[in-house]
Design a protein. Structure first.
Length: 208
């Protein structure tokens, strides 16, 4: 597992003032019972499915149809992603890891919630939760099963630990039977969870 990084990587000095205030407000509202976590999740889900992850889906779809872009993406994720116009705070240093027939990749941030906002939007509540952050490393097969992802026991799971210095994006395998799909259609198969590694791409196109 790629699970070794300095705890100092997770100081919050990299957060801007607005991000710090938003986090504090979210905690206060949920602790006081003014806002249900499920409501916040619904709002985040809207941003994730309508905004952020659509960017990441375009990156994945391009890699599926363009071998040169695929290779560039794995060699220099930051530059390849930026070439499609997706860059900015929380996405300056990106590494893309590809799922294969033998290896399934999964991303976690064990001490904080470092997350590639430009391509995935806001992190979901479960990604920031202590159980996910600890169990993803200790028992990834069980965690994936709880997300509905059943993998062969002989398939190796590699867990990547994001830090303030490096964030990861999973390049899922292209679903079989999609050879006739164009790039835009392929992008509709890519889910947020498939780019974190806690899910798989869809097998049928969805409306955009």
């Amino acid at each position: 597992m790629s699970h070794d990084h300095n705890h100092d990587d997770h100081d919050h000095s990299h957060l801007d003032e607005i991000a710090v205030r938003v986090r504090a407000l979210e905690t206060l509202l949920t602790d006081k019972g003014y806002v249900e976590p499920a409501t916040l999740d619904a709002l985040i889900e809207h941003c994730e499915t309508r905004i952020g992850p659509r960017n990441g889906a375009q990156v994945v779809a391009r890699a599926w149809v363009d071998p040169q872009y695929h290779d560039w993406l794995l060699q220099d994720g930051s530059a390849a992603i930026a070439s499609l116009g997706f860059s900015g705070r929380q996405g300056e240093h990106m590494k893309v890891v590809a799922n294969t027939a033998d290896v399934h990749n999964m991303v976690v941030c064990t001490l904080c919630s470092c997350y590639p906002w430009p391509v995935l939007g806001l992190p979901p509540t479960w990604y920031k939760s202590a159980p996910y952050r600890s169990r993803a490393v200790r028992e990834p097969h069980k965690v994936l099963a709880e997300f509905g992802v059943e993998l062969p026991r002989n398939k190796r799971i590699r867990v990547w630990d994001s830090t303030a210095e490096m964030r990861y994006l999973v390049l899922p395998e292209r679903p079989p039977g999609t050879d006739a799909y164009d790039e835009a259609t392929l992008a509709t198969l890519v889910t947020r969870d498939s780019m974190i590694g806690t899910g798989l791409p869809l097998t049928e196109p969805t409306a955009t």
